[in-house]
Design a protein around this ligand. Structure first.
Ligand SMILES: [Cu+2]
Length: 208
């Protein structure tokens, strides 16, 4: 009981701290993480999208500069304890009034859009790519679809009662349209427009 209360207080505190960092203007793109030795893992990382051919490689790669322009910005935070994982995403510099499907994928971004691998799944579907709604759904995967405002800014958040398996969640992929949910197409969201390599934390156990 006490552990629950403490963990909740700590979560609030860390969320405030992460938000505080986010509010500092002019902060250089960087990653902050506390490591994953304990039950608690927090991480905040940001990036500026650049094409895969950029002279200075970026952890944020755009494959379609008309829909995710070079220079667009992304910030991702994760906060997990023994039982709950929350992920928050915010973007700016995208096309206005547009829905972008967005998910956590299993591999880091690469030169090609498919380098980021399939979606991270808590319970893994043996059939990949997985389009069975029993597996490809927002509870078993991390979906972070968002709609941009008039300025091209947007954001979303997810909450799951499980933790990532260590090393198996490594990127955020932004797709061309909102995520489908029907049989045979669940989890699909069109072309992979952009990708951001993210150090999601996890646990060697599956958590609760
Ligand atoms: Cu995806």
């Amino acid at each position: 009981m006490m552990a629950g209360v403490c963990s909740r207080a700590l979560r609030t505190l860390l969320t405030a701290a992460l938000m505080g960092v986010a509010l500092i203007p002019g902060t250089a793109p960087a990653t902050y993480a506390n490591g994953s030795e304990s039950d608690l893992y927090w991480m905040r990382t940001e990036g500026k999208f650049a094409p895969p051919t950029a002279f200075i490689p970026s952890s944020a790669v755009t494959y379609d500069m008309s829909l995710v322009p070079a220079g667009a910005h992304i910030t991702v935070t994760e906060l997990s304890d023994a039982t709950v994982t929350t992920v928050e995403l915010s973007v700016s510099g995208l096309r206005p009034h547009r829905i972008y499907g967005t998910h956590v994928h299993t591999k880091p971004c690469g030169y090609r859009p498919d380098n980021s691998g399939p979606h991270y799944q808590h319970r893994e579907d043996v059939h990949q790519p997985s389009t069975d709604p029993a597996f490809a759904n927002h509870k078993n995967e991390v979906w972070l679809d968002f709609t941009t405002d008039a300025k091209g800014q947007g954001g979303s958040a997810s909450r799951h009662e499980w933790r990532f398996r260590t090393g198996e969640a490594q990127s955020i992929v932004i797709h061309e349209r909102g995520t489908a949910t029907g049989p045979g197409k669940a989890g699909t969201a069109g072309a992979r427009l952009a990708c951001f390599t993210v150090p999601f934390g996890g646990s060697n156990s599956e958590g609760v």
